[in-house]
Design a protein around this ligand. Sequence first.
Ligand SMILES: Cc1ncc(COP(=O)(O)O)c(C=O)c1O
Length: 426
Amino acid sequence: MLKAAISRYGARVLPNTEQIIAEHRRRGTLIQGPEIEAFEAAFAARAGVSAGHAVAASYGRMAFYYILKALDLPPGSEIVVPALTFWVIPELARVSGLKVVFADVDPATFTIDPDALEAVITERTRAVVPTHLYGLPCDMDRIMAIAARHNLVVIEDCAHALGATYKGRPVGTFGEAGFFSFQTLKPLNCYGGGMALVRDAALADRVRALAHAEPWPDEKRVTKRFFIGKLQRIFIRPWVFTISSFPILWLSSWFGANPDVYLWENIRELQPLPAQYIERFPNAQAAIGLEALKYLDAWTARTQAHAAFVTARLRDLPGITVPATPPDRTHVFYQYCVHGPEGPARDSLVVRCVRRGIDIETLHVDVCTEMELFGDACKPAPGAERAQQAMQVPVYSDLTDAQVRRVAGVVREVLSSAGSSGPATS
Ligand SMILES: Cc1ncc(COP(=O)(O)O)c(C=O)c1O
């Protein structure tokens, strides 16, 4: 029987999304309204901090930018960023007048290696950005100890990790500040937006003043954003995906093309800031976030159960390493990454999975130390380069149990043949 293909991405969607949007349109509160403050307060409460310490922004990256601006570090201060992250983050640090220095990551956890962090600190280093990449918290005890020794400000990148904990404490509450993303595929989907979580009240006020100084977006723009979100939702439904995007991936698998690169934002300098970054977070998106917070724990638990199922099916395969979650942390599996064969052998396995209807991703964030954009900051980062060889298996919350069994089954069969695999033929 012909089976629908399974997309690499699954957005977390509220069953009443359209009703929430329609209700705010009717009330005239699509852009401005009381849900923004209510969402900030609920978000802060979840993190165990008082209202006023969470500030909504147009993007997660802009929350980071406002935090940097509010910190007002001396120009030319050095900020340490993991070599493996979304390129926009170091670029915005550069735009803020800071000198970006990269530290390598541990390829087993995909997060910043504390030894590598310590090794790049100089007398000009003022800040570090531990990125809880793919949903796994960094080694926060060691990072906080290093930061305390060298008097560094810690800004946690929690874009992938809302809901994750380290020693029982939520990410984003360890450093001076943290920031979160509400982009469509992130743990909390508000069709865009972000949040800064700031420990010190005066610093939080400065971040708020910066965010509030931006203009409100117009209704047309927010309506378009919801429309695009709806299209994305439709296009990743298994059968729609099977007859729309999947054929492109399937054909690419025969021609050695890599269409993934077209999914991502153009890599470029962000000075001046792109116009779409400069706006306030609208009320209807806050209303969606406020409602989605009620579902977050259930979505996280489902994703974790899917990850556990896949791990149980793959862990005994020779040459395959399933994701390691240290016992003091919880992982929310924004991405589920498996290490196995690398280079052309890895690509060949991915192609085999795609041909059997399972869309496996290999490119999600960037090895920034290889990007021309970062000029002199580029240097070898073997951990990040290895980490980028992992295969990312879909485990998102929206998959049914049967789909997870199929994903695990196909990936297991394909990976079991890794030893015997030459060029892709099946
Ligand atoms: C690691 C990381 N940090 C930060 C961000 C920025 O989030 P936003 O797209 O909301 O600006 C992303 C976005 O994908 C990310 O992957």
